[in-house]
Design a protein around this ligand. Structure first.
Ligand code: ADP
Ligand code: MG
Length: 398
């Protein structure tokens, strides 16, 4: 099926999630909230190096139907396993106590408690059309949907406070991912899910978590963004991510800077490092941050048609210097370019997951088919596709 996977509407997503809630818990939820997955246009593996990144919120979202409880019991259910209701208390959704999706769904309650907010127990049901484990941040989408729901039912006032409140909620969701789920990711995913606006990309400066909305209208330029989910999974990914992070932090220390963002003279920095692996990692980070600036400048100048070479250069840097690509991602971007894409690159953490291709409007079918054929030639499972349009951030939908 090379047909792009559609996103659920507010009504469609809310109806199925409400039904899941009612079947599991026998009563109606207080409401339904939804938070998007994201795709990063450029600025990969820089969010833990004080860098800049430029994600858009996907139209594909995770929905949560949630009801506040007056005790401290927490009950969670996912449409992936509707017969398995996880039951615990607020004390249980803490670091070292839960794993997997329960950590993503329960973790925000712990993190908000750590932030000084008084919360009680809750029942929550989740369902999602964000592809899972595809590098499109289905994990942050769960955290941010639950976070938005808890904010409202417990009257925390974060979403009502505008972007500053959303930033504080995003920080709590990052702690849920880092401390409760134990995934050492940076802050990009939660910022995208909570702070994007429809029609714009989010320029996130990870030094101070400040954001700038960058209008991003591909349709006006006759273009589309095709997301290719390779469906490739590779072992040892968590260890690789932590290793990249550690190498970058050690290199920053050796260079006497707080983060690699502060490196202004790349040649001097490379000369000062005595380890070839560290040099290549630093070269990726520093050149990638520069590409984000160039990309943003082109978009602001109305020249989005000219960003293709930056996408290609980002992929090459991630492949050769940062070494986080894989055969499936390399084949996907090569096949997309051969089929006419203006540029293509892996997106997200890598080692599988998704790639993006900037394509002419109405060419998605042909490009998707070319990628699917290339995968078939390698004997790989068929990839998935979706069209990314810059959608809105987390919000109540019903
Ligand atoms: P990504 O965030 O890129 O999708 P992650 O590995 O961070 O990849 O998160 C994927 C994991 O999140 C899945 O393996 C699963 O444990 C969990 N997950 C995501 N969506 C759901 C869902 N709707 N129901 C249950 N678990 C989910
Ligand atoms: Mg994730």
């Amino acid at each position: 099926m090379t047909e792009p996977q559609p996103a659920w509407s507010d009504e469609g997503g809310a109806a199925r999630t409400r039904a899941l809630f009612e079947a599991a818990f026998g009563e109606a939820p207080d409401g339904v909230w939804a938070a998007p997955g994201r795709v990063n246009l450029i600025g990969e593996h820089v969010d833990y190096n004080g860098g800049l990144c430029l994600p858009i919120a996907l139209p594909h979202r995770t929905f949560v139907a949630l009801r506040r409880r007056e005790d401290d019991v927490v009950r969670l259910v996912s449409a992936l396993a509707p017969q398995n209701v996880w039951t615990g208390t607020l004390e249980n959704v803490a670091p070292g106590r839960v794993s997997s999706w329960v950590a993503y769904a329960g973790g925000p309650a712990w993190a908000l408690g750590e932030d000084g907010f008084a919360l009680g127990g809750f029942d929550a049901a989740i369902d999602s059309c964000v592809p899972l484990g595809a590098g499109l941040s289905s994990s942050a989408a769960i955290e941010c949907a639950v976070g938005a729901a808890l904010d409202e039912v417990f009257g925390l006032g974060l979403l009502a406070a505008g972007d500053a409140g959303r930033a504080r909620l995003a920080a709590a969701c990052v702690r849920a991912e880092n401390d409760v789920a134990g995934a050492p990711t940076g802050g990009m995913d939660q910022a995208a899910s909570l702070r994007c606006t429809a029609g714009s990309a989010l320029l996130l400066d990870t030094v101070d978590a400040s954001v700038t909305q960058v209008p991003f209208d591909l349709a006006a330029a006759g273009l589309e963004l095709l997301v290719i989910d390779t469906r490739a999974e590779h072992a040892l990914v968590d260890g690789q991510y932590a290793a990249r992070r550690a190498t970058c932090h050690a290199a920053a220390e050796a260079l006497g800077v707080g983060t690699l963002r502060e490196v202004t003279d790349l040649d001097a920095a490379l000369a000062a490092l005595d380890d070839d692996v560290a040099r290549r990692r630093v070269r990726h980070v520093v050149t990638e941050i520069a590409r984000v600036v160039e990309f943003t400048d082109l978009v602001r100048a109305g020249r989005v048609r000219d960003v293709g070479p930056l996408l290609d250069a980002s992929h090459e840097s991630l492949r050769a210097d940062y070494e986080v690509s894989c055969a499936e991602l390399d084949v996907a971007v090569a096949a997309a370019r051969d089929a006419g894409a203006l540029g293509a690159r892996m997106t997200g953490g890598g080692f599988g997951g998704s790639a993006i291709a900037l394509i002419e409007a109405a060419s998605a079918g042909a490009v998707a088919e070319a990628v699917a054929n290339a995968f078939a030639d390698h004997g790989w499972a068929e990839p998935g596709f979706l069209i990314a349009v810059a959608g809105p951030a987390a919000a109540r939908v019903a």
